[in-house]
Design a binder for this molecule. Sequence first.
Ligand SMILES: [Zn+2]
Length: 327
Amino acid sequence: MIEIESISGNEKALAGFLADYLAGAGLTVQLQQAAERRPNVYARHGDPTVVLSSHTDTVPPYVEFHEDGEYIYGRGSCDAKGPIAAMIKAAETLIEANITDFGLLFVVGEEAGSVGARAANEIPNRCRYLVNGEPTESKLALGSKGALKVALKATGRAAHSAYPEMGESAINKLLDILSELRAAVWPTSDRLGATTMNIGGLRGGVAANVIAPQAEAELMFRVVTRTSELKRMIESTVGVRCQVQYTFECEPVFTEEMPGFDTAVVAFTTDIPMLSNWGRPLLFGPGSILDAHTANEKISKFELAHAVGAYASMVKRLIEKPPAEPA
Ligand SMILES: [Zn+2]
């Protein structure tokens, strides 16, 4: 799978490979066009009450497959082709054990806008549990933080820097706002921990001898409570001093627990919020998010093999589990 390049937008060849492989393994396969030449793959064994799900796309640039005794390397090895491989092998062991009513759902575009998950959410199903596969170091996630991307745009009035009283510096204004935001106390959650803020971009001004007429900053918050609460706090700190725009937002997710697994909270976002029609979510996968998106992306062969059994046992237990109370 690593040898089939599938950078977001170019998932078709990998989807074709998965569809053929899964049909050969005895599953009923459906390709859903999430966008032009971007098929999601949905494979069923019976009428699924549990699906194992992940994404077929990767971030750029492509990194070639290689391996040593301990690891498999290459783009997608842990995010998320390793989890996909473990899910497929788990499905094969379940079929061999005559277990039915589960499915596999592999969507396009997780790394860029979740177009695949949004389309997949329209597929009719009576699924009760969704096991999402992302690299969680083989721990069952208790939840994942949400995200809020914010653009701050300050405007001032240009003037000769020798006569600052004739102008108004947008940069000074923005720096004041940013230092207040850095000092602010953001919401925390018992389960997900602290809200964090990153100032990831800063631009402004014209030249050293001109009072800056404009300045802007791009921030990313990792969210542990409702984004609406955070927005209120940001707006009350900023006031009318600059323009606030929200360019991306995603609510935090609280996932199901299951005895017998090590647990963790993850700070990255997943397709789970966009797959709300697939039942209550769990999040588990081999590999580390710290290797994902790097030139040295890798997955441990030991962890990969272990994940096969973990996914199979989750599916078995969730199929037998009585329907959960509505959230
Ligand atoms: Zn991923």
